[in-house]
Design a protein around this ligand. Sequence first.
Ligand SMILES: Cc1cc2nc3c(=O)[nH]c(=O)nc-3n(C[C@H](O)[C@H](O)[C@H](O)COP(=O)(O)OP(=O)(O)OC[C@H]3O[C@@H](n4cnc5c(N)ncnc54)[C@H](O)[C@@H]3O)c2cc1C
Length: 381
Amino acid sequence: MKKGYEVVIVGGGIIGNAVAYYLAKEGQKDVLVIEKNYISSGSTGRCAGGIRQQWDSEANIRLAMGSVKIFEGLEDELGFPTEFYQGGYLLLAHTPEHMEWFKKRVELQRSLGLDVRLIDPKEAKDIVPYINTEGLLGATFCPTDGHANPFYVTFGYYKKAQELGVHYLIGKEVAGIEVRESRIRAVILSDGSRVEARNLVNAAGGHARDIARMAGIDIPVNPQRHEILVTEPIGHLFDPLIISFKQGIYFRQELNGGVLMGYGDPEEPWSYNVRSTSRFLFNMTKKVTEVMPILDQVRVLRQWAGLYAMTPDAQPIIGGVEEVEGYYQAVGFSGHGFMVGPKTSELLAELILTGKTSLSLEHLSHKRFKEGKGKIEKAVI
Ligand SMILES: Cc1cc2nc3c(=O)[nH]c(=O)nc-3n(C[C@H](O)[C@H](O)[C@H](O)COP(=O)(O)OP(=O)(O)OC[C@H]3O[C@@H](n4cnc5c(N)ncnc54)[C@H](O)[C@@H]3O)c2cc1C
């Protein structure tokens, strides 16, 4: 390890690795990534790998559309498999309020160039024959949404970043950050060693608030447990990832046949707890079989949990801050950081290298909270 680096990145999830890769790709190879556990040990390695562009806010739609473009060519770019598969996302509406909301969203999404349409229950059933259409009023479908393997994508970025000259410190924890005269100077590791840094990227996922605090910055990012399970592999049943806002669930079939599913529990407090519960197992299986009754016959293989990094408006915080020069962050993804990870990371690297971005990050700035400008993203599950 050298005495210092131009950019030190805290966190070895999709964001940390992808930012490192895009920096190195653009010529900045004096980069160190510090990961306290192992690559993908945080939310990235626990996530469902879903990639959807059907969001409420323009910022999220643009980030997701930009990321899908990158995902489409990522295997070739990184020389590593990603298991990217565009089977679409089918979003179900069971109430007139949800239908109204869907109509407005589709209008905005189409105005931004997304291939998405409002469909009736019959067409939803044509796309997913096993779906229960009782009480279903309509749905939206975007065929270019899909999913990818979070481990493969992250390892692809990791491997390529290393090939380009990025350095890694794995199994080392950042315990402090030195700021002098309002500028990032160094990070201090838990073993007491010190690494000088001109710039620091906070990519610490559910722990992002702790890292920001070390630099004297308060960010409204809170960790919240999110549970998930996968069934035994079964024959091919359906292509799209399905979201039911009535049940508050999502589920999709993996390429190996297992069905992955999860839901956001509104009762879940902020905490670092990632234990699994029988409550989730019972609720999840009950809810999913209401939407697709045939899954009643399938056995659960495994369940686990990870952290959503929640912000007050359920949108990420991306960019620098006014208080500390050289501090950058891509945090608070509120459950959708994998799907927007590629474009977000490319833009953050651009910001660090040039001081500006080709796509405005204004709506996702840290200062939006102070200015009361946050717009709540309602489509989070
Ligand atoms: C169950 C579940 C399902 C999800 N499903 C989806 C989905 O379908 N699609 C989607 O887009 N998103 C999904 N998400 C959200 C997604 O996983 C995250 O938004 C995304 O992975 C965030 O990536 P990251 O790199 O910012 O954070 P992480 O992957 O959490 O990486 C942060 C890393 O920082 C490290 N770290 C923390 N503190 C320190 C320190 N002090 N020193 C050194 N290292 C440190 C951690 O060990 C960790 O590896 C899901 C999340 C969960 C929990």
